[in-house]
Design a binder for this molecule. Structure first.
Ligand code: SF4
Ligand code: SF4
Length: 354
């Protein structure tokens, strides 16, 4: 039987792989078009993984007070304010401002049923989350907890602004990309970074020697050494939770299903459908980021639906695993060395003949 989740009959529940199914690649699809910037993901990540609290302060240039991913910020919710954006408002704003319907938010706002949220909102369990057992680690009220989910606010479009004063907030919860070709892993000299049975990338704290090679290798600037102990830290995609058939804490806590967790193939198919919806809704700059297995890192295990170009979110537009060209570089170096050696031999032979 197939249930509707996240807006369509796309998620096969019965018989589908669960976290803890070795050999199935699991990942995140972060749909930034429905992120409300609540930061529940950041908090849930810190609580579950024991990531140290950090002193945050108003930066004066953004409401983003986390700043960036780092050793003590394994999820980072970016707040990007765009002025004068006319006709490119995020999904939800334009239509709501016109009194219309915003994809992904409308039904809840109208007191109806929002795809992918319905059962939780009604005190039940959202379809698509039925794989996961009850989770003792997070407070009641998170997905599947049997407590009504909060209504989805349509705050972007609550007040219509004159077009010349139009602006929009882009909110996006960033995370380690769990690259197919993970540079951090490839350069690690101690084997502290490994690929799990779910094809996620994890650092073993007790093996890391703090050399920092991974920090400079990561094309996204994700991994960082922690000043307190010198070790390198980043998202583990909640490896411990997955092994216990639980979804990662951030996905569990996200009230809008902006962070979706599951088998990567399924997420990619769902993301392609969602992109079509968002483009149809009048967001011509919407795009998937990190979903292409032919990109410079072989595709990401954590990919995104963005409403604008990656640079707007401070993401590299064309990331490449730095070690990808090593074989080609060795070939060139070998050819140059061979040519030099041949030249030396030829010069020596000429000298002997004279
Ligand atoms: S290279 Fe960077 S983004 Fe990719 S898995 Fe390693 S830390 Fe994560
Ligand atoms: S991704 Fe979800 S939990 Fe995180 S800030 Fe956005 S809406 Fe909140």
């Amino acid at each position: 039987m197939t249930h509707s989740a996240h807006g369509g009959d796309r998620l096969t529940l019965d018989g589908g792989p669960k976290p803890g199914t070795a050999g199935v690649r699991f990942g995140f699809f972060t749909d930034t078009s429905v992120c409300i910037g609540c930061k529940a993901c950041e908090v849930a990540c810190k609580v579950w993984n024991g990531v140290p609290a950090t002193q945050t302060a108003f930066t004066g240039h953004s409401l983003d007070n986390t700043g960036a991913l780092g050793a003590d910020a394994w999820r980072h919710v970016a707040f990007i304010e765009q002025d004068g954006v006319v006709g490119r408002d995020p999904v939800g704003r334009t239509q709501a401002a016109e009194g219309g319907r915003a994809p992904g938010r409308t039904q809840a706002a109208e007191g109806g049923r929002a795809p992918g949220r319905t059962q939780a909102a009604e005190g039940g369990r959202a379809p698509g989350l039925e794989w996961f057992g009850d989770d003792p680690g997070l407070p009641e009220g998170a997905h599947g907890g049997g407590v009504a989910a909060p209504a989805i606010p349509v705050f972007h479009g609550a007040e219509a602004a004159p077009q010349d004063q139009a602006f929009r907030w882009l909110m996006s919860s960033d995370v380690c990309k769990h690259c197919t070709s993970a540079a951090c892993l490839e350069v690690c000299p101690t084997g502290a970074i490994f690929t799990t049975e779910f094809s996620t990338v994890v650092v073993q704290d007790d093996v890391c020697n703090g050399c920092g090679y991974c920090v400079t290798a990561c094309p996204y600037g994700v991994i960082e050494r922690r000043a307190a102990d010198g070790g390198a830290y980043k998202c583990t995609l909640c490896y411990d939770r997955m092994r216990a058939s639980l979804q990662p804490a951030c996905a569990k806590a996200c009230p809008t299903d902006s962070i979706q967790f599951g088998p990567l193939d399924e997420l990619r198919a769902r993301a392609a459908d969602r992109l079509d919806e968002v483009l149809e809704a009048g967001q011509p700059t919407a795009q998937l980021y990190g979903a292409d297995p032919d990109d410079g890192v072989g595709g990401n295990g954590a990919f995104f639906l963005l409403l604008d170009d990656p640079e707007v979110y401070r993401l590299p537009p064309d990331p490449v695993t730095p070690t990808r060209n090593i074989a080609a570089m060795w070939k060139v170096a070998g050819a140059v060395a061979g040519a030099l050696a041949a030249g030396v031999v030829a010069a020596f032979a000429g000298e002997v003949r004279r």
